[in-house]
Design a protein around this ligand. Sequence first.
Ligand SMILES: Nc1ncnc2c1ncn2[C@@H]1O[C@H](COP(=O)(O)OP(=O)(O)OP(=O)(O)O)[C@@H](O)[C@H]1O
Length: 387
Amino acid sequence: MTSSVLDQNVHLATVSGQSGGNSAAASQASVSAGATPEQDNLVLIENVSKVFPASRSRPAVTALENINLAVRRGSITAIIGRSGAGKSTLIRLVNGLEKATSGRVVVNGTDVMKLSEVDLRNVRRSIGMIFQHFNLLSSRTVFDNVALPLEIAGLKKQEIAQRILPLLELVGLADKHDRYPAELSGGQKQRVGIARALATQPMLLLSDEATSALDPETTQSVLELLSRINRELGLTILLITHEMEVVKRIADYVAVIDAGRIVEQGGTFEVFSAPKHPTTRKLLSGIPGMQLPGYVQAHLTDKPAATSKTVMRILFAGPHATEPILASLATEFGVRPNIMGGAVDEIAGRPFGTLIVSFPADEQRLTTIRQFLADRGLITEILGYVA
Ligand SMILES: Nc1ncnc2c1ncn2[C@@H]1O[C@H](COP(=O)(O)OP(=O)(O)OP(=O)(O)O)[C@@H](O)[C@H]1O
C-alpha cells in the first residue's frame, strides 16, 4: 500500500457513512489488463502440501494436499470447511507460522517460504490478525492493547497516540480508551482486536473465526465494520469460519476445504447459489431454501414411478429473481406445479431465491421445461420423485 492506513483512517473518519460500493468490483477494476498473478493477487498459494511428521505417539498427518488458492487484492475471501479440514493450517502458512512441506506461498509478490526469520518478521508486521477469543491483555487498557504492536515496533509515545486515536474512532471505541477488557462486551473486545490488528497498517487482515464467540446482533455489527474497512481502506481480508452466514454477508470469494483439499472455490454468489460438491452442500444445508422440507425428504425416491411427480429445485438469481415463472410454466406447458418449499435470500449483496416444486412430467417434457427455464437464466435441479 502506498498511502498509510492511518491516512486512510483519517479519511475514513471524515467520510463516515459514505458507501464505497462492491469491493470485488473495485478490486476487479483496479486489476490492469495483462497483470501478472502476483499483481492481481495479494496471496498466492500454489501446489501447497503440508505434512506434520509422525511423532512417537501418532502417525504423520497430511493436513493440506496440493492446495491452489489466490486471494485477490482488495477482496474479502473466505475459507470454509469442517473441523479438522485444514483451515487454520492454511491461514498459518500465510503469515509464516507454519512452513509448507512443498509448494509456494507468495504474499505481495514475496515467497514467504524463502525468507529469513528477520524478513519474515517484517512480512508478519504487514499482516494483521484477529481471533475468536480476541487475545487481549487483561492488564492493559483498550488504548494500551492497541498500542502494543507499535510499542514492539519501537514507535515513540506521541507517534503511537497519533495512530491509535483515529483507529479507536474507526472502531467506535474512542470513549472507551481507558477501559480494561473485563469492562467490555464481546463485540467491543473484538473491535479492540480489530483496531490492534490495524495499528501496524497491514496490507492483509487474517480473521480466524472472529465472530464465532459473538451473538448474531454483535456479529452483524462486527461484520459491518470489517466490510467497511475492506471497502473504504481497500484492505484485503482472508477469513476462516464455520459460519456460513458470515460468508454469505461479506465474502466476495469462497474456497471450500475438505480433508486438506480444496473441493470447490469461486465467487460466493456462484458457489452458494449452486453448490456442487457434497461437502459444500452439507455446509450450506442451513441456508434457507437449500434443504428439502422434512415431509418431502421422507417421501422422496430416486426413480420415477408411472404416476409420480418430479421434484425440482429452481434457483432464481439476479435479474430473474422476480420473474413470474410459475405463471409461465402454466401458460407455456399447461403445468401447474405444487409449491413444496422456497426462500428468498441475499448472497454477497445479490438477490437469490429458491423454489421447490413438484409436477407430473415425462422425461422429454421435463427436458423441454428445464431448457425453457435455463433460457431464462434459471438453474434447475431434479431432487427426486414423489408419489
Ligand atoms: N501441529 C500439528 N501437529 C500435528 N497435526 C496437526 C498439527 N496442527 C494441525 N494438525 C492436524 O492437521 C489437520 C488440520 O488441522 P487444522 O487445525 O488446520 O484444521 P481446522 O480446519 O482449522 O479445524 P478447526 O475448525 O477445528 O480449528 C487436523 O487433522 C489436525 O489434527
